[in-house]
Design a protein around this ligand. Structure first.
Ligand code: RB5
Length: 145
């Protein structure tokens, strides 16, 4: 399952990516909001909703969008077992799955190309964790921090 959340600054991109995901991914997509963008839609609230779902199963992934992606990544990484990344380019997106087994992707709703973010999203979703021992060891260390 893919959980999708955004604050007011990420709302428009969330709506775009929801349509895009329906085309490119067979996985069920659950939109946790915001459904009615307003400046009181605060990113920590949506990060919490998505992170809580991603914590429930290794199969779940999350996509979080705010103005920059940074508020979302800070908030999401406060939840145990969450490895959230901000990826603005294909290389970071790919490596965050291969090496870090990232389970939440944070994107930016403002001042960035939607087409680029679609490419980043597609690559992130289609890249699997490498499973190499050295990466498992590092991820285990992360979870003990
Ligand atoms: C909202 O104005 C903005 O601060 C928020 O969307 C996000 O970019 C914070 O990191």
């Amino acid at each position: 399952m893919i959980y999708l959340g955004a604050d007011h600054a990420g709302f428009a991109l969330k709506e775009e990516l929801k349509k895009y995901l329906a085309k490119i991914s067979p996985e069920e997509v659950v939109d946790v909001g915001s459904f009615d963008p307003h400046s009181t839609d605060d990113y920590p609230d949506y990060a919490k909703l998505v992170a809580r779902q991603v914590q429930k199963s290794r199969k779940n992934k999350g996509i979080l969008i705010c103005g920059t992606g940074t508020g979302m990544v800070i908030a999401a990484n406060k939840f145990k077992g969450i490895r959230a990344v901000c990826a603005y380019d294909a290389y970071t997106a790919k490596m965050s799955r291969l090496h870090n087994d990232a389970n939440i992707l944070c994107l930016r709703g403002r001042k960035f190309s939607t087409a680029k973010q679609k490419r980043v999203l597609k690559l992130w979703l289609s890249t699997s964790f490498s499973g190499h021992a050295r990466h498992r060891r590092r991820i285990a260390k992360l979870s003990r921090l």
